[in-house]
Design a protein around this ligand. Structure first.
Ligand SMILES: *[C@@H]1O[C@H](CO)[C@@H](O)[C@H](O)[C@H]1NC(C)=O
Ligand SMILES: *[C@@H]1O[C@H](CO)[C@@H](O)[C@H](O)[C@H]1NC(C)=O
Ligand SMILES: *[C@@H]1O[C@H](CO)[C@@H](O)[C@H](O)[C@H]1NC(C)=O
Ligand SMILES: *[C@@H]1O[C@H](CO)[C@@H](O)[C@H](O)[C@H]1NC(C)=O
Ligand SMILES: *[C@@H]1O[C@H](CO)[C@@H](O)[C@H](O)[C@H]1NC(C)=O
Ligand SMILES: *[C@@H]1O[C@H](CO)[C@@H](O)[C@H](O)[C@H]1NC(C)=O
Ligand SMILES: *[C@@H]1O[C@H](CO)[C@@H](O)[C@H](O)[C@H]1NC(C)=O
Ligand SMILES: *[C@@H]1O[C@H](CO)[C@@H](O)[C@H](O)[C@H]1NC(C)=O
Ligand SMILES: *[C@@H]1O[C@H](CO)[C@@H](O)[C@H](O)[C@H]1NC(C)=O
Ligand SMILES: *[C@@H]1O[C@H](CO)[C@@H](O)[C@H](O)[C@H]1NC(C)=O
Length: 495
């Protein structure tokens, strides 16, 4: 076995697909789905040049015309049987949904169905026919060079995926996978794979550390090593992609590249999904984008790009199931980001989110007395302008010690140019990349759509606060410390 594996390693040559790119999936189970024009406007502001649609919506394809954006269109699962059973139906589908739109809309692939083997197994027998019929229609229109046909798989069709060198496709599906891989290889297409380290991490018996799923650095003794190949794995994503390469080579297919049609992390979940958090989603997607755009490939195929479509552009509030189902998006329907990706030096994609923003916030479990002290200190000796916390001012609500302290300690952190050690406050504070601004309460350090960067350096209290004579309004009814009163008196006197 080992000899065979080494043979495969040496013999393998996967053609490069050029530089890797990051795209997004656009699901539309959204109450107030933005119009196609609005969707395209968001894509443009964010520098997103590759999208996958779950259908071939005419209005959407028209809005994407002449934008330069590359598009994967999809045959929805409910149309698959018809297309797989009739080449005329397939040809008609291509005519209406592809030929009618190219070249103005740059359609680069047809994704046939979605996770068919695992979610619609009764259509599996016609899957390869569907691909072949669609391909024939593209050939007839002389579009087969620029438009590839494939079908996105769940990574759950790969069994024994660690160590990757022992992975193989669930043999139940060999009668489909073998002709499918033949088709992909002979047409120069790629394997489409959905890779969800989140679900691998959530498996009941999983022993995957969160850091390994999130692409966070691991201590060398925690790195996963494939003892057959001696390859080191620093993240789940690479391990799953390599498992797919090995599963293909087990069936003797060694020349088929992979694109990841879906990957992401939910920002919110119910009580059974404690790791669906904004910080984890931000960490996963930010690291994923950097990893893909770095073009480093995987341990098995270094330098072979693995382009990836993030799941997904919008939070889809109409999807049913676990709470996390509604929270995979990078944006809300109104175009506001769910969180601000941290992508310094990651190129131009998501360019307007790459502002290297960090904020200092109160830890969620922090002691209230400690927070009150931090708040008092920041607004006093720390010389932060706390006037936005006054009654009637934008950051008064929510009127809690934690919320007010977060505002004040962040203002201090920004005022100190985010230098090391300025976000600690005896351990009650921590740095986050998620912008805590809400409503009209814009935190210092935000580079919002306004293009404004708010300085937190004002020493002078606003007219209102000086005149009010009721300094305790900053402090949620908490007691003012003597030193604070003194400082304010002094600073007003100096003014
Ligand atoms: C469908 O297949 C038949 C038999 O192979 C062929 O004669 C016919 O031209 C095909 N029709 C289309 C629309 O491709
Ligand atoms: C369409 O996309 C392909 C693949 O990225 C690219 O090579 C081609 O130049 C694009 N065509 C147009 C008209 O932009
Ligand atoms: C392989 O696929 C079959 C058919 O979907 C399924 O019943 C079986 O549980 C799968 N095997 C494993 C180990 O997941
Ligand atoms: C793959 O190729 C090897 C060597 O040619 C052969 O022994 C093996 O049966 C092939 N496996 C499959 C699944 O075709
Ligand atoms: C980027 O790629 C280089 C070489 O290909 C590698 O040494 C480096 O670790 C990669 N960086 C990241 C963040 O993946
Ligand atoms: C960022 O967004 C603004 C509009 O909000 C747009 O004018 C600008 O071109 C965008 N920047 C980049 C680098 O895409
Ligand atoms: C990003 O922020 C960090 C921490 O404030 C800083 O050290 C780094 O220089 C910044 N990078 C850029 C490109 O602005
Ligand atoms: C700009 O910021 C203010 C609050 O400072 C907010 O009320 C306003 O809606 C913002 N404008 C835009 C276009 O985001
Ligand atoms: C923030 O400070 C910079 C320089 O320190 C200044 O140029 C800028 O105008 C200030 N912005 C605001 C909104 O006060
Ligand atoms: C003072 O407070 C009043 C009422 O809250 C507000 O309308 C006014 O704009 C404030 N003035 C300043 C200078 O902040």
């Amino acid at each position: 076995m080992a000899v065979l594996i080494i043979f495969h390693l040496l013999a393998m040559f996967v053609p490069a697909l050029g530089d890797a790119f990051v795209g997004v999936n656009i699901g539309s189970a959204v109450t107030n789905m933005p119009s196609p024009t609005e969707v395209v406007a968001l894509l443009k502001t964010q520098g997103i040049e590759h999208v996958r649609l779950y259908d071939a919506d005419r209005a959407m394809l028209r809005a994407l015309a002449n934008t330069g954006i590359r598009v994967i269109v999809s045959v929805p699962n409910d149309q698959l049987l018809g297309i797989g059973q009739s080449n005329a139906t397939a040809a008609n589908w291509v005519k209406r949904n592809v030929i009618a739109h190219v070249p103005a809309t740059n359609i680069t692939a047809i994704a046939v169905g979605s996770e068919v083997l695992t979610s619609l197994p009764n259509a599996a027998p016609v899957l390869v026919s569907a691909l072949k019929f669609l391909q024939a229609a593209l050939v007839a229109a002389n579009l087969d060079q620029q438009i590839k046909v494939s079908t996105p798989h769940s990574s759950f069709i790969i069994l024994d995926s660690f160590p990757p060198s022992q992975a193989f496709f669930n043999k139940t599906w060999d009668p489909v996978m073998v002709p499918l891989l033949n088709f992909l290889q002979s047409t120069g297409s790629y394997l489409m794979l959905n890779v969800y380290p989140y679900y691998d991490f959530m498996q009941p018996n999983a022993v995957i550390p969160l850091d390994y799923a999130l692409f966070r650095p691991l201590p060398p003794n925690k790195e996963a090593i494939d003892s057959n190949t001696n390859l080191h794995y620093t993240n789940v994503f690479d391990a799953v992609v390599d498992a797919a390469y090995f599963a293909m080579s087990y069936l003797n297919f060694t020349k088929i590249p992979i694109i990841v049609t879906e990957s992401g992390w939910p920002s919110k979940g119910d009580s059974s999904e404690p790791d669906a958090t904004t910080d984890n989603a931000n960490t996963y997607n930010s690291n994923l984008i950097r990893h893909v755009l770095n073009n480093s490939g995987t341990p098995k195929q270094p330098g072979i790009s693995v382009s990836t479509y993030i799941y997904e552009l919008y939070n889809e509030d109409l999807r049913t199931g676990a709470v996390s189902e509604n929270n995979w998006g990078l944006f809300y329907a109104n175009g506001a980001p769910v969180y601000t990706l941290h992508l310094t030096n990651a190129g131009t994609v998501f360019a307007n989110d790459t502002t290297n923003q960090t904020f200092c916030v109160a830890k969620s479990n922090a002691d209230t007395k400690m927070l009150q002290a931090a708040l008092d200190w920041a607004c006093g000796p720390g010389k932060v302008d706390c006037s936005p916390l006054l009654h009637g001012q934008p950051c008064y609500d929510p009127n809690s010690v934690a919320a007010h302290a977060t505002y004040a300690i962040n203002a201090y952190y920004q005022q100190m140019a985010k230098s090391a050690g300025t976000c600690d406050f005896k351990g009650v504070a921590s740095v986050t990349t998620t912008n805590p601004s809400h409503g009209s309460c814009i935190f210092p350090g935000s580079h919002g759509k306004n293009g404004s960067s708010i300085n937190g350096t004002s020493l002078a209290p606003s007219t209102n606060s000086t005149n009010s004579g009721c300094l305790s309004q900053y402090y949620n009814g908490g007691s003012l410390t003597r030193s604070l009163i003194l400082t304010l008196i002094l600073s007003v006197a100096v003014l």
